[in-house]
Design a protein around this ligand. Sequence first.
Ligand SMILES: [Fe+2]
Length: 347
Amino acid sequence: MTVPTRSAAALLAPLLLAAGPSLSQAAEVVNVYTYRQPELIQPLLDAFTKETGIATRVIFADRGLEERIRAEGANSPADVLLTVDINRLAAAKEAGITAPLANAAIEANVPAEYRDPEGEWFGLTMRGRVVYASKDRVPEEAITYEELADPKWKGRICTRSGQHVYNIGLFSAMVAHLGAEGAEKWLTGLKNNLAVKPAGGDRDQAKAIFAGQCDIALGNTYYVALMMTNEKEPEQKEWASAIKVLMPNAGDRGTHVNISGMALAKNAPNRDNAVKLMEFLSGDEAQRIYAETNHEYPVEKGIAVSDIVASFGDLKPDTLPLAEIAKHRQEASELVDKVGYDDGPSS
Ligand SMILES: [Fe+2]
């Protein structure tokens, strides 16, 4: 999809007016740049438009949005950036494409550990990076990340690439908790326990457990729910039924969580509407939609999770601030290369 320039957007405006609920309402717009899958956020944006009359224009991409916003510079139509992963949010801030926002409503909804201390990004939902364990071959009902390096798991673990943002988030947290040396030792142990070379996505690891290729894997919580309810590819239900979810470190510091989040674009042309959208996304209605349709954990306290997510047991999130975790992302990425994680098991 191409990004409309300001003038192109102006040319499109009459069409949007014609399609909108009324002239005065449809003239209000907010431009959203997002990495999130269209079907995941459309229900939220529709609810926002229904409540406020502000239309949303969405630019979806699977990569390069930050570069695009930077290249567009002062003329960027971007108002709000919606993305997943703490490291991407931190990188957007460092790239200078976000603006600080002090907003009492959003700050009341989003706990401090899930937002930037300077207000340049805010978490909207959490996802646990948990252990998928074979129901048949893993009797354990509790586990820690540290234990994944124990030789008792040799040849039994599978994960996606160590360089994927989800793993970099977890490995960054391990650097924060164990220190550089401790984390290197741990990651070397984990690599030595791999059954196969890291490949695929989180769901592929559940599939590998189903197929008997490994016994435990790392994966995000919502994928389990998405597999369990997958009518398009019903075989995914079988993968999900082969695994159980173990919440690592539930007995001590808690499970590593990552976030999906939002940032106000530095040169937002529709700043007021952007702030309204951000307030909406952090509020009760949007948080409920996230929980029900996306099977994520709302960041706002007191909003219930979906029944499937509730069936995983309680999530006790590690409270290490995400901004602290993000500081170690470069180190974590270098560590993955250093131990040759993506080469897979050495023997
Ligand atoms: Fe994902």
